[in-house]
Design a protein around this ligand. Structure first.
Ligand code: ZN
Length: 317
């Protein structure tokens, strides 16, 4: 009996000590937008608020950089989860300089599972296996696209909501595992829009045209760099209406839907890269730019003031 009391008192003291530690290292930043986690392959908009004046802020999630900008909503950045990230909790580390103080906070972000379908297709063999003579071209094209995918332009050209690039139904086939003539290929890297040939294709937000080519697989292809590591890709166009290096506005027509390259019929292959990974472009259309809820943000998992921190396929069709 005596022992039990002692144990209780001991626990109480430890409890108080823990409480004090957390009070002393209370989070200085509030993070919004990831309260429900993020689904494999999706992009989410995060916003940071603080009572302190933030001079600079950066973040890392799964080894990739989050680039923030004060855009009137607060400090906002896009975050992406890779298509093949194992569902579970991952660390998001924020580093800020605010009111002359260095702040580091850790958040646990849940990556939730997406249900990837399996699609079996039978195509004429020549569409599946390229001629030997075409292989050098295919590799060259894949490499130049890889460079574009890794671009991290310090300027942000996108602003506010993203608009749909073309009228048509989404095939909702991002990440679909494809078995072509019995052989498993890399998962589908974009989200196809079923649209009539000749349908105008618009840039979903402001950007710069950084890639214009006629690719073996992708056919007539355009990539728009929206800045801060985000770019969007358009393949199988019947016509390209922009030039390399051109600035485009949100909604500006960049080409027309077609069926060039390895394609079985008119559609738009829409892809998106964020921080060097493939993300589902359709998730850009669901980003919420409303004033974020006044409810509690995601709680910092650990206060880290005292801690020291820390491929894919060619387009397909
Ligand atoms: Zn596609």
């Amino acid at each position: 009996m005596k022992m039990l009391t002692k144990t209780k008192i001991y626990i109480c003291i430890v409890g108080l000590l823990i409480l004090n530690t957390f009070t002393a290292f209370a989070a200085e930043l509030s993070l919004y937008g990831l309260e429900s986690g993020i689904r494999q392959g999706d992009v989410a908009l995060v916003k940071i608020e603080s009572d302190l004046a933030i001079d600079s802020i950066s973040g890392q999630f799964d080894g990739r950089e989050l680039v923030f900008q004060d855009d009137g909503l607060g400090q906002t950045a896009l975050i992406g989860a890779a298509m093949n990230m194992e569902p579970g909790d991952y660390q998001l580390v924020l580093t800020a300089l605010a009111d002359g103080q260095d702040i580091r906070e850790n958040y646990m972000v849940e990556v939730t599972a997406r249900d990837y379908r399996v699609e079996r297709l039978s195509l004429p063999e020549k569409m599946v296996t390229p001629d030997k003579g075409k292989i050098a071209r295919i590799i060259r094209e894949a490499n130049s696209l890889k460079k574009v995918k890794k671009m991290l332009t310090p300027e942000r050209f996108w602003d506010g909501e993203f608009v749909r690039p073309a009228d048509g139904l989404f095939a909702d086939n991002f990440g679909v595992r494809r078995i072509l003539n019995g052989i498993e290929k890399k998962p589908h890297s974009g989200n196809d829009l079923k649209a009539y040939a000749g349908t105008p294709v618009k840039s979903p937000n402001g950007g710069t045209v950084v890639y214009v080519d006629k690719m073996y697989y992708g056919g007539k292809t355009v990539v728009v760099d929206h800045g801060h590591g985000l770019s969007t890709l358009y393949m199988h166009l019947s016509k390209i209406l922009v030039n390399h290096g051109e600035r485009v506005e949100k909604g500006e027509v960049i080409g027309l839907v077609g069926s060039t390259g390895r394609s079985t019929g008119p559609h738009l292959h829409w892809g998106a890269y964020l921080g060097g990974i493939n993300v589902d472009p359709a998730s850009l259309l669901s980003l919420s730019f409303d004033v974020m809820p006044p409810a509690e943000g995601l709680a910092a998992a650990v206060s880290v003031e005292d801690e020291v921190g820390q491929g894919e396929t060619l387009g397909g069709n």
